[in-house]
Design a protein around this ligand. Structure first.
Ligand code: ASP
Length: 338
């Protein structure tokens, strides 16, 4: 009886896994806009926000110390494996991941698709470095820990908490190079808010993620090469040709409008499909669905369409899909369900 009462009041254990980024960045002075990402260690990040120790038992681990423009498959596999271990073993009740904002939308979606737990997994970063005037990192971190201990965050997949907002990993994208309100979910909107630790959810992500995803990090040892080819007026097929020649297993075509490549690029991508490359049409527009057989005859060329994922998220999903199959119908189905 006494033991269960103690258990009922025990603080949740939250692991903070640090990867680098501006939240862990430092510059020469509080008003200096130049700085270096990932110089501040996880212990110092935690020490800067003592309030989090009142609401959770906090443990820190350093996964990497990089600007997220350096993010790579090795760190993704290491991070997803560690988060999976911590949550499935019961060592952690939730995980907060500090991360640079440049590729947070990709790493968070990678974990959303590969970690098999419904416990909260919350990404957080900052747009102003730790020594900056009005640094946003400390309050963002406090809010992220509050989201990670929230019962309502259970089962919502991987979340991104920045600037008092909570976003689903599949939907969120960085929309402004420098502003603190840079993270938006253009197709669906934010799913919740967190105001000085007060967590409120308004929506549930319904696409397959975490425990319902087709992917499992314990079964993935390496990831295939998938390139993104960006389209523009008066384009040429050189990048598509070189990607195919240099061994890309998949290509995300970030086309114009509803995923339209320039005519010569269209033909080059079609040749790629004949050589076994899986080509998924996406759009450079940034919102909306790229629809199958719109202005492009996908059936003729053997192309797939990305639904409404942006190109960098479509790339993550295609990499994972190619770890399982090269069957185009199966891959298209994954794009329609995840
Ligand atoms: N370049 C930095 C990074 O992504 C930017 C940031 O964290 O805000 O690591």
């Amino acid at each position: 009886m006494l033991l269960s009462a103690v258990a009922a009041f025990a603080k949740p254990t939250i692991y903070i896994l640090a990867t680098g980024g501006t939240i862990a960045g430092s510059g020469a002075s509080a008003l200096d806009s130049s700085y270096t990402s990932g110089t501040v260690t996880v212990d110092k990040l935690i020490a800067a926000v003592p309030e989090i120790n009142k609401i959770a038992t906090i443990k820190g681990e350093q996964i990497s110390q990089i600007g997220s423009q350096e993010m790579n498959n090795e760190v993704w596999l290491k991070l997803a494996t560690r988060v999976n271990e911590l949550l499935t073993s019961g060592k952690a009740d939730g995980v907060v991941i500090t991360h640079g904002t440049d590729t947070m939308e990709e790493t968070s979606y990678f974990l959303d698709l590969t970690v098999k737990s419904d416990k909260p997994i919350v990404f957080v970063g900052a747009m102003r470095n730790s020594g900056s005037l009005s640094a946003d990192g400390p309050l963002n971190l406090f809010n992220a820990v509050n989201v990670a201990i929230s019962k309502e965050a259970v089962g919502k997949g991987v979340l991104v908490t920045m600037n008092d907002e909570i976003h689903a990993a599949r939907e969120v994208t960085k929309t402004n190079t420098t502003a603190v309100d840079t993270f938006k979910s253009p197709n669906s909107g934010k799913i919740g808010t967190v105001f000085y630790g007060n967590v409120k959810f308004y929506m549930n992500p319904i696409r397959k993620h975490t425990v319902n995803s087709a992917f499992d990090i314990t079964k993935i040892k390496e990831l295939p090469r998938v390139d993104i080819i960006y389209s523009h007026a008066n384009d040429n097929p050189d990048f598509a040709n070189i990607a195919i020649k240099n061994g890309a297993k998949g290509i995300i075509s970030s086309g114009m409008g509803n995923g339209n490549p320039f005519p010569t690029v269209l033909e080059a991508l079609g040749e790629g499909v004949k050589k076994g490359v899986v080509v998924v049409r996406d759009s450079r527009v940034g919102t909306g669905e790229t629809t199958l057989n719109g202005e492009v005859d996908d059936a003729k060329y053997g192309f797939l369409a990305s639904d409404n994922l942006n190109a960098q998220k479509a790339r993550v999903l295609l990499m994972l899909a190619l770890t399982q199959t090269t069957d185009k119908a199966k891959i298209q189905e994954l794009f329609l369900t995840h």
